[in-house]
Ligand binder design. Structure first.
Ligand code: PLP
Length: 440
């Protein structure tokens, strides 16, 4: 049923039907949460043996004979550099393995750029009207980080194969105060989009007006395919930038957070030799070295890239049914309605859902009233403000599958109600339950 083609009478009838469905959900006293991308309990259980990898009887030396119980080794241990380098598709020499969180590494690099400047450039804190590009919809924590550092955040449209590169080129090549862009190249948060080879090459071919422009290439979901057979590696941007003559333009990031225990994994940054020398110099003031025992634990557990793939296939077998459930329910409820669209990711942790313009906040509010929490509308945009009020991020990983189904069905009902309210207002129709719905 296309909601945009309903007669006034049909509209009122459909609203009443959906409102009665909504009331039934309200009666259930639900308390469900599809708001944050955390692994579910069964996923955490997959990695429990990691806890047994190191014991008091283990040899605690790294491959190169370093005693991991002691200080030192700013770069991380060689076997961790190899494994995380392979995940990113770069040479181990281009990798520093760091602490538990890749977001912290991004924050530290931004702090360094703000305070000291990158490779001899003017510190960003002294650049008036500094700007950062934010593909939208995107990751709220990225946007918040650059907002914190005083950047003006510029939204860039996401297309089906990555950010709108015409827009990116126009902004980056004209304006020296554009200092960086956030990218999640594989299974982007929240659309699930995988950047195409062409987009990656266009990134490498950028000719930024700012000599210290940087691409923050957050490959958080590099091994998180839902369908492991189609999980082809992406061309590596660091390599492409090197071939294009500007190897310093990118920092790549990843971590093992969503492979084992979030917040208790290891992270990595990959960059050009010059950028790594720069980072080592400043980080030597911050630490005598990372937690090498955790690096050892992680590498001994995963063993190799083949081990990573086998482990991630087990994650995929738990995640895939949840994603497929969300998509099936949305199709059953909303296909052909003309008031919603959604992505169908092949990996990652999220789906992106768009309501009719002006409805997303109302949908999230209605869901919350019935006991189901979604990420606040607007949070996938800079400053938490979605100018069209359309986008909602769906995070199905944490909830059990039965709850994923209930929450998605409620989302669909609320999407219909919000759309019908808007359409009713446009047609100057009074919807019977509308007053109660909005004031309760
Ligand atoms: N980057 C992206 C795109 C994410 O979605 C997340 C978590 O949701 C992170 C980074 C967090 O990574 P870490 O735990 O390594 O800080």
């Amino acid at each position: 049923m296309n909601y945009r083609e309903l007669s006034r009478k049909e509209l009122v009838r459909e609203y009443t039907k959906q409102w009665n469905r909504y009331l039934k959900y309200e009666e259930q006293d639900l308390s469900l949460d599809l708001s944050r991308g955390k692994p579910g309990k069964e996923q955490l259980a997959l990695s429990m043996k990691m806890m047994d990898t190191l014991t008091s009887r283990s040899v605690l030396d790294s491959e190169n004979g370093m005693d991991c119980r002691n200080y030192g080794g700013l770069d991380g241990i060689p076997e961790a550099k190899s494994l995380l380098g392979e995940m990113l598709g770069v040479h181990p020499e281009n990798v520093l393995v760091c602490g538990n969180s890749s977001l912290t590494v991004m924050f530290d690099i931004l702090s360094h750029a703000m305070l000291d400047g990158l490779l001899g450039s003017k510190p960003w804190s002294r650049v008036e009207n500094r700007k950062f590009l934010c593909p939208v919809p995107g990751y709220d924590r990225h946007f918040a980080m650059t907002e914190h550092f005083g950047f003006t955040l510029i939204p860039v449209a996401m297309k089906e194969d990555g950010p709108d590169m015409d827009q990116v080129r126009r902004l980056v090549e004209a304006d020296p105060t554009v200092k960086g862009i956030w990218c999640v190249p594989k299974y982007q948060n929240p659309t699930g989009v995988v950047f195409s080879k062409q987009v990656i090459q266009e990134f490498a071919d950028l000719r930024p007006a700012a000599g210290d422009f940087r691409i923050f290439w957050d490959n958080a979901y590099c091994v998180h395919g839902l369908y492991p057979d189609d999980d082809a590696p992406l061309p590596d941007l660091l390599h492409a930038c090197t071939l294009a003559g500007h190897p310093d333009m990118v920092y790549e990031f990843c971590s093992t957070s969503k492979m084992a225990f979030p917040g208790a994994g290891i992270s990595a940054v990959a960059a050009s030799p010059a950028n790594l020398i720069d980072l080592r110099k400043v980080w030597a003031f911050a630490t005598i070295g990372p937690d090498k025992l955790n690096q050892l634990r992680q590498v001994r557990y995963f063993k190799s890239m083949a081990g990573v793939k086998a482990h991630m296939a087990r994650h995929a077998s738990l995640m895939r049914p949840k994603f497929e459930k969300v998509i099936r329910v949305l199709e059953e409820e909303l296909a052909g309605s003309g008031v919603a669209q959604w992505t169908t990711p092949r990996g990652g942790y999220f789906l992106s859902f768009d309501t009719m313009p002006g409805c997303a906040a109302r949908v999230v509010e209605l869901c919350a009233r019935a006991g189901v929490k979604f990420t606040p509308a607007g949070s996938t945009w800079p400053y938490g403000h979605d100018p069209q009020d359309t986008n909602i991020r769906i995070a199905p990983s944490y909830a059990p599958i039965s709850e994923v189904e209930t929450a998605t069905r409620l989302l669909a009902v609320c999407t219909k109600l919000a759309a019908l309210e808007k359409l009713a207002a446009q047609y100057c129709v009074t919807v019977p339950s509308l007053a109660g719905a909005q004031t309760a």
